[in-house]
Design a protein around this ligand. Structure first.
Ligand SMILES: Nc1ncnc2c1ncn2[C@@H]1O[C@H](COP(=O)(O)OP(=O)(O)OP(=O)(O)O)[C@@H](O)[C@H]1O
Length: 389
C-alpha cells in the first residue's frame, strides 16, 4: 500500500516481516494462515519525526511505551475479516463506519484477535497522507486504559481508511448499560461500574497528560476488556467529516461540543451519570421517562435537580439496590456502595459544570476516584448559571 500511494515516509521491510510470516505459518488457526498466505505487507513504519517512547504517568507500564504501528494491505484486512462478512464478523455499526472482527499477526508475531473499523469517508491521497501522519504521532497514546491501535490500512480501490484495534471481548459500555431488561446489562454490578468509571478516567488522563484530547467520550466509545477494564477507543477522528458533523451536534447538556480537554471532561461527566443511573444522557430510555423525570430534558438536568433537593442518590440505578432512602439506609457493603455512588454522581455533576473553567481537571478526578479517603468534589447546591461569551 505504501508504495502504491507514494507515501513520503520510509516503509521498513524489516526482518520482522519474515519472522511474522514464519510465526503465522506455524500456527494452526486457519484465519491467521489466511492472513499469512495473503501477501504479508504489514510492515512496521519508521517514525522519523515522532516523539521518543514515553511512559505513562498513570501507571500504564509497558503498554504505554510507543509500539510499532503496522500498515496492512487491503487484501490482508479482507482476509482477516472473512471479506468483511457482515453476518458473522460485524461487531457494530457507528456513524463513521462499521466494525468487523478478525485475526491478524501482532507486532510480536503472535496472532491476535482484532477489530477492524472500516470508515465510510472517501479520502483523497493528500488527506490520507495527513491522517497517517496524525496516526503515527498518536501511537504514543497506547496505554492499558486505551484500546490498542495495531495499525491501519487503506483500500486503494474505494479510498477508505481501515483502523485495526485490539478486539475487546465485552464490546462497548453502552451495549451493557442500555441493552434492556434481561440482557447482559445484568452483568454490570456496582463493583464493575465503579472499576469502569475509574479506568475510563485514567485513560482520559493519559490523553490529557500527553497534550491530546479524545474528542468523543461516550459510552459507545468505552470498550470493555475481558477482565472488565475500561479502554477508551475511537479517538483521533477529527479528519472525518462524518465525525465532525456528529461532534457539532448538541451534547448531552445542550452545549455545542468543540474538541478540548474541558469538553472531554464534560462528556466524561455525562458518561459517569449514565453509568451510575443506568440511563441515557438524553433520558430517552423508557418511552419518555417516568414520574417527575419526564420534566427534564437531559439526565444531567435531572441529577442537578435531585442534588438541589438533597436526594441525589435517587439517581442511582434502582437495579443496584443502593438508593434506598439515603446512604445511611443501607447496611454493610451496600452502604459503602451508596457512599461511592454518591461521590461519583457528584463527580458527574462537577464535570458537567456549565462553565468549562470550573470543571475539574481529569487528573483531579482520577485522584478523587482512587480511594475512599478522598473527598468528593465541591458541587454548588444548584446548577450554576453560565453565559458563554
Ligand atoms: N475494539 C473493539 N472490540 C470489540 N467490539 C468493538 C470494538 N470497537 C467497536 N466495537 C463494537 O462496534 C460497535 C460500533 O463501534 P463504533 O466505533 O463504530 O461505534 P460508535 O462510537 O457508535 O461509532 P461512530 O464514532 O462511528 O459513530 C461498538 O459499539 C462495539 O460494540
Amino acid at each position: 500500500m505504501g508504495a502504491s500511494m507514494g507515501f513520503p515516509w520510509p516503509v521498513m521491510r524489516s526482518d520482522q516481516s519474515s519472522e511474522r510470516a514464519a510465526a503465522g505459518a506455524k500456527r494452526s488457526n486457519p484465519e491467521s494462515l489466511l492472513v499469512v498466505t495473503a501477501d504479508i505487507s504489514a510492515t512496521p513504519l519508521s517514525f522519523p519525526s515522532s516523539p521518543s517512547p514515553v511512559t505513562s504517568s498513570t501507571g500504564g507500564g509497558v503498554e504505554s511505551s510507543a509500539l510499532p504501528l503496522w500498515e496492512y494491505s487491503g487484501d490482508e484486512l479482507a482476509a482477516a475479516t472473512g471479506r468483511y462478512d457482515g453476518a458473522r464478523r460485524r461487531l457494530g455499526q457507528g456513524q463513521t463506519g462499521a466494525v468487523f472482527r478478525g485475526t491478524l499477526l501482532g507486532h510480536d508475531g503472535v496472532a491476535v484477535d482484532v477489530a477492524v473499523k472500516r470508515f465510510h469517508d472517501i479520502l483523497s491521497e493528500e488527506k490520507m497522507r495527513l491522517v497517517c501522519r496524525d496516526l503515527r504521532a498518536r501511537r504514543f497514546l497506547q496505554d492499558r486504559n486505551v484500546v490498542r491501535l495495531h495499525g491501519y490500512g487503506f483500500c486503494v480501490r474505494y479510498r477508505k481508511l481501515h483502523l485495526v484495534y485490539d478486539y475487546m471481548p465485552h464490546g462497548s459500555l453502552s451495549q451493557h448499560l442500555f441493552a434492556g431488561a434481561g440482557s447482559s446489562a445484568a452483568i454490570l454490578s456496582w463493583d464493575r461500574r465503579s472499576k469502569i468509571i475509574a479506568g475510563a478516567a485514567r485513560g482520559l488522563h493519559h490523553f490529557h497528560s500527553h497534550g491530546a484530547v479524545h474528542g468523543c467520550v461516550t459510552a459507545s466509545n468505552i470498550l470493555i476488556d475481558n477482565d472488565f477494564t475500561a479502554r477508551l477507543g475511537d479517538f483521533g477522528y477529527s479528519w472525518s467529516r462524518r465525525f465532525r458533523r456528529r461532534c457539532t451536534s448538541p451534547a448531552p447538556t445542550g452545549d455545542i461540543v468543540r474538541m478540548s480537554s474541558e469538553t472531554d471532561v464534560l462528556c466524561f461527566g455525562a458518561v459517569v451519570l449514565e453509568v451510575v443511573s443506568g440511563r441515557r444522557s438524553d433520558l430517552d430510555d423508557s418511552g419518555g421517562g417516568d414520574g417527575d423525570r419526564r420534566r427534564f430534558r437531559s439526565l444531567v438536568e435531572w441529577v442537578w435537580a435531585l442534588h438541589e433537593a438533597g436526594r441525589i442518590l435517587e439517581a442511582a440505578d434502582a437495579t443496584l439496590g443502593i438508593a434506598a432512602g439515603d446512604d445511611g439506609g443501607c447496611g454493610g457493603g451496600r452502604r459503602r456502595d451508596a457512599v461511592e455512588a454518591k461521590k461519583m454522581l457528584l463527580v458527574g455533576l462537577a464535570c458537567s459544570h456549565p462553565d468549562p473553567k470550573q470543571r475539574p481537571k481529569i487528573r483531579d478526578v482520577v485522584e478523587i476516584l482512587k480511594s475512599d479517603g478522598v473527598q468528593p468534589p465541591k458541587v454548588p447546591p444548584s446548577k450554576p448559571k453560565y453565559q458563554e461569551r
